[in-house]
Write a protein that binds this ligand. Sequence first.
Ligand code: ADP
Length: 480
Amino acid sequence: MMEKKMYIGGQWVHSVTEKTSNVTNPATEEVIGVVPSASREDAAIAIDAANEVFESWSKTTASERCNYLFKTSELLIERADEIAEILTLEQGKPFAEAKGEVLFAAEYFRLYSEEAKRIYGETIPAPTPNKRLLVIRQPIGVVAAITPWNFPALMIARKIGPALAAGCPVVVKPAEQTPLTAIAIFEAFEKAGFPAGVVNLVTGKGSRLGPEFLENQKVKKITFTGSTEVGKYLAKGSADQMKRISLELGGHAPFIVFEDADLDKAVEACIISKFRNAGQTCICSNRIYVQDSIMKAFSDKLAERVQSLKLGNGFEKGVDIGPLIDRNALEKVQEHVEDALNKGAKLVTGGSVWNRDGLAGSFFAPTILTNVDDSMLICHEETFGPVAPLLSFSTEEEVIKKANNSSYGLASYVFTRDLGKAFRVSENLEYGMVGVNDPLPTVAQSLFIGWKESGLGYEGGKYGMDQYLELKYISMVLND
Ligand code: ADP
């Protein structure tokens, strides 16, 4: 049983209300930890702590900020096993995936330690000889980061790595389901020696703390990853103060397999894209479009691979798929599968709650559905579970139209060996990211971006820095 505190102003603290909440292991449904349940007052105290050090932190040199971030990255690598254990315990994903995530988070901190030194300005040719025109970049101010449970380490790193590198102090609010991973990362921050107040952590309910982030004048920027519903609430709420926001929201990725694709590789890519993290990623494929002529071959091969996937507790050897995050998630997946079956979909494999030996845990068997059509919920809403709906198409034009028929615009995937088709389809997809023969497009040094209702702003690579910097224009007349 882990009993932990929040980190505010360089101290590990309880909530001022002394209230706590439990953390549960989704594989066993046992309580594994207890953390503070922060009140608005706690959030306000954390924001004050961050605000007090804004000036001093923003004036540190790039090398100083680089050193803190680099040290954090090293500490995460050193403690990767230990943090990954905590992550699997509270989130459920297989240990190997959890460790991969912690190392990926370390990579983001490493990348942003480097980017701290590349906050460049520009000089612009002036209209008269005695003028000088400059554009410089300056940190926005206190940043509030709200993160989800599906990547509890990675999302913190991708948001606050660039914020800290830019010179912004931060207040992080992790998802209620996964505060322990956040706490482990903050232990690394403490060890890395960040000055008190630069990094702050409040654990508690989004619905309680969100309003404080929106209304508190000292918060200059909110960065959020989570549902489109909460993203829209934050976008509306931030208008009053013209607060800067970055939103990474839901997705409904089309995964398009043309008949000229390498079938084995496309099947393997589908397994990765669809079943990683039990299908609980915002970039995982939601609609798998397969060209008519290869539908049977693709679906047979996929079924064979899916049946070989091992479901279970993320600590068991060889487990590919862990539990869903909780019972609500399980119910949503069940609802989508039942709705599809009622409307004529065919079950190829899986399809039910998996309850081995009557054990607790929110497990759902990896599932394939064929005969899927647009009337089904699964074609429009995020399932966030291990269900692969297969839809057939005959022409390139048709599939682009179908793929774009979504209010979401995050990731998309195309499988073909035809270079012309790869370019045409990539350019015609109304999505922020396209993986061509690539189920894992996300890397630290590149862009992560959602179009349409999938987000506002972007993250990753050098691009991520922009979100925490304001441009300033200086026009100067020189004295004689
Ligand atoms: P999910 O449905 O995947 O849990 P949410 O959008 O509800 O996605 O949660 C993502 C993050 O947003 C979590 O940290 C959650 O606590 C937080 N959150 C939920 N509701 C609000 C809100 N009203 N204001 C701010 N944050 C919120």
